[in-house]
Design a protein around this ligand. Sequence first.
Ligand code: ADP
Ligand code: MG
Length: 442
Amino acid sequence: MSPQDTVEILEHILDRVKVVDPVNTRKWFNDLHIAAFDHGLLQIGCPDSSCAEFLQDHCQTVFTQAAQNVTGHLITVQFIDVSSRPAMQTAVTEENVKRVRLHPDYTFDNFVVGPCNRMAHASCIAISQNPGVIYNPLFLYGNVGLGKTHLLHAVCHEARRQNPNISIQFLSCEEFVNGFVSALEKGSLLDFQNQYRTVDMLIIDDVQFLRQREQSQEEFFHTFNALYNNRRQIILTADSAPQDLASLEERLISRFKWGLVTRLDAPSYETRIAIVKKKAALRGLDLPEGVAEQIAEHIKTNIRELEGALTIIYATARMTGQPLTLEAARQALGVQETAVGKSITMSDIVRTVSEMFDVRITDIQSKKRSQSITLPRQICMYLARSLTRHSLEEIGGHLGGRDHSTVVHACSKIEQMYKEDAQFRTRVDQVAHHITKLASSN
Ligand code: ADP
Ligand code: MG
């Protein structure tokens, strides 16, 4: 195949992906190239490891289907990192085979700075350029969806750009606690400790998870001291200020305050507009005049929901085949208001799923376990979780008297399928769309 052919094939593949999976499409897809094509394996070269991992995790099925459509051959797509940079270093132990994955979108460039987050942003930049020197530890706190995790990823991206050999451990507090518990069980505490006490930078997200976990607090205390005494950088996030993390040991709270404590606030209207525009540009979407303002007016606190609104507007436009106009955006946001409001009932969900999957309502609500009934039932659980405020127990109770762990399992299974299978995703989106329509006509 000539280089010209590969360029054309990739262009066709990208055209299809854009249509089938606009949610995951990014502008930087234009930087991809075909690195090799041999024995049915199409390797696509990516600018760095985080891009390759993002594509492998979110878009592998869509790209493979597109490549098969475009070429008419049974091809598998694989994404490879063609940069020479080493991936982020973490010790590989059994607990930690899952290496940290940096999200390619979560960079400083893609972070909109406003009065709500200026201090947090500035301190993160300073740290990524000079770890362990200025603010140690850095403690970021704020409500959910205000950009804490985004900033942590950005620090990692930037610190690695400055020093490709820097060793960073970046994990959620839950992973820290689980790793600790499992090291205790297996008698591999020393490995666990080495893994965290010898790095240049330790980043732990959502430390409120340490509440009520006394033994993990003790372990974390010693980890903190070891790193701090060696002037290694520590960055922590939480949903509240150190002193408000009730039931955390006093000696930990006081250490959290040794460096810089900084808060992230909800963004102002202007910042929200800038964020929506940034997110749209990242996805290569053209926003008609006024749409960003409309979204920013509508969603005031959680930035993740701003992005969700953008997705809904585009998905609705695609599903209805209508061009995206300000009016269409308004309507789509109306749909979302219903979706997150209280008006959707369990019976709206069960009824719609029953019709669209052609199974009887009584079967969905029964104990039967055949595959043709289980899957629709699991979809009901997943949709109930995202479209209503019912608890896991209530949802399980309504769907054949199941316990909450069955509902949790169903939700994560459907979420996985939703992520990996574009056709399945379209189908579930259609069901959700029907449910919201049905609920708004109630
Ligand atoms: P938190 O960890 O505080 O709950 P996240 O970092 O997960 O929040 O952010 C939620 C979403 O909002 C992410 O997609 C993130 O990219 C986006 N986001 C948050 N703040 C900003 C910002 N200032 N600029 C651009 N995107 C932002
Ligand atoms: Mg977070």
